[in-house]
Design a protein around this ligand. Structure first.
Ligand code: ADP
Length: 449
């Protein structure tokens, strides 16, 4: 809500000398109502400028000081009224620079004359002007004795000096701030450069590390390749003589040859079984080396699982000799899969043979089910189980769980690494879960099509 203006005092401007009086009074009023020193000078200067422009018309003017208080703010308001109609647009032009000294400056052209309005808000810290305080200000102003123009000039000069001082100290402050800013900028730039260099250094390190890693990977790959080549060649070369040894020892033991003494027969038997073990190892090595060298190309076709399960049942049944073990390969829940029949059968046979080897009682079974777009084959046994921390190691070449004893047959420690390789070649994965004393589950997951 804007309150009505409460007048403080009136003053007539008749001759040019009155301009000094009005300027002094303007400063006085401003000081009394609570404007700060600089604002007092601003208001006084604005008033004397308005007076000068109005007096140039030669008709004198009436100056009214008032205070306007509304809910939140208080402003000092000055009206300079000139009885003759003025030249509004020209005054507005001439007073444009004065408008910057106050918050509001308006020129109103009426029928009876012209009014120039000015207003300046008091700082929020100034307490509200009570009626008593207003009376006090009025009394003070009426007692005001104007000083001489020379004194006023002196005051004006002092104000000018103070304003110049202020400008200079502001300029100095600005220069100091600029210098500080430059300093900060230099600091920031230095930090930025340092960080960039550190980052560059780190990047160089990372790049070098990657290059070294690439080198090592290449070396590893070529070492692996050399190993596979070596294994493939050696096992291939070994196969023929070992097969020959087996054949010859069979001939020796054959009843058709010259009869052997009992001891000779025992020794030939030992030669034959050792050569048999060696042949198994050589064959396993050759298979693994081939798989690792990427020399196995799957023969993709639609595999009939019912037929495959039947075949596995038939060929492995003779190994399930213990009556305490229930060996079950039920009809498959899924009819077929797109895969390589030979490789798939090899993996499953390998897992089932292991399960039978390490299960003294309970059951060994094979199941298959669809899981999304995949098929999951599970070989489940209730055998010795494998300690959790060794579940990864059993897929390493030649690794056998320490202390684990196969109930039948010997092993080479190459079956599972080979099975896992084949699973990968068939586009899937092989994983194991197990609890010692309860049994193991090997899961082969392959894409169904
Ligand atoms: P191998 O059976 O010829 O020794 P594998 O690579 O097939 O070689 O298996 C590695 C080892 O993993 C086995 O020696 C055995 O200790 C353990 N293992 C594999 N399958 C089973 C199983 N079903 N139950 C318990 N232990 C197993």
């Amino acid at each position: 809500m804007i309150g009505a203006p409460e007048p403080l005092m009136r003053l007539r401007l008749r001759v040019e000398q009155d301009l000094f009086v009005v300027r002094q009074l303007g400063r006085e009023v401003a000081r009394e109502v609570g404007l700060e020193q600089q604002d007092q000078t601003r208001l006084a200067t604005a008033l004397s400028e308005v007076g000068r422009v109005v007096m140039a018309g030669g008709s004198g003017a009436e100056v009214t000081f008032a205070v306007r208080q509304d809910g939140v703010s208080t402003a000092i308001q000055v009206a300079v009224e000139c009885p003759s109609p003025g030249d509004g647009p020209r005054w507005r032009d001439e007073l444009a620079h004065v408008g910057r000294l106050v918050d509001k400056l308006e020129v109103e052209n009426g029928e009876t004359g012209t009014v120039v309005w000015m207003a300046r808000r008091l700082p929020a810290s100034v307490p509200r002007l009570t009626p008593d305080r207003m009376d006090e200000i009025r009394a003070g102003l009426s007692r005001h004795v104007p000083s001489s123009p020379v004194d006023e000039l002196h005051v004006q000069n002092q104000q000018l000096i103070a304003a110049l001082d202020e400008v200079r100290s502001q300029r100095d402050e600005l220069a100091r701030l600029n210098a500080e800013l430059e300093e900060t900028n230099r600091g920031v730039m230095a930090l930025y450069h340092q960080l960039s260099e550190e980052l560059e250094e780190t990047n160089r390190g990372v790049v070098a590390l990657y290059a070294e890693l690439d080198d090592k990977s290449e070396q590893l790959a070529s070492a692996n390749e050399a190993k596979s080549r070596f294994l493939a060649n050696v096992s291939h070369e070994l196969r023929a003589p070992v097969t020959a040894v087996i054949g010859l020892s069979r001939l020796l033991a054959d009843g058709a040859s010259d009869p052997l003494t009992e001891e000779q027969e025992r020794q030939v038997g030992l030669i034959r079984s050792s050569a048999g073990d060696l042949l198994t190892l050589v064959n396993d090595l050759l298979d693994l080396a081939k798989a690792e060298a990427g020399r196995i190309e799957p023969n993709w076709e639609q595999v009939d699982l019912r037929a495959m399960f039947g075949q596995l049942r038939g060929t492995l049944r003779p190994l399930a000799t213990r009556p305490e073990v229930d060996f079950r390969i039920d009809e498959p829940a899924v009819a077929s899969i797109r895969s390589d029949e030979v490789l798939l059968a090899r993996v499953l046979r390998n897992l089932l043979t292991n399960a039978l080897k390490f299960t003294a009682e309970g059951e060994v079974c094979l199941t298959v089910r669809a899981v999304g777009a995949d098929l999951e084959f599970k070989v489940i046994d209730t055998g010795t189980g494998i300690p959790a921390e060794l579940l990864d190691r059993i897929f390493e070449e030649f690794y056998q769980v320490p202390g684990s004893k196969a109930l039948s047959g010997k092993g080479t420690g190459l079956g599972l690494p080979y099975a896992r390789r084949l699973a990968a070649i068939l586009g899937g994965a092989l994983r194991a879960e197990s609890t010692v004393g309860e049994g193991s589950t090997f899961t082969l997951r392959l894409p169904a099509s």
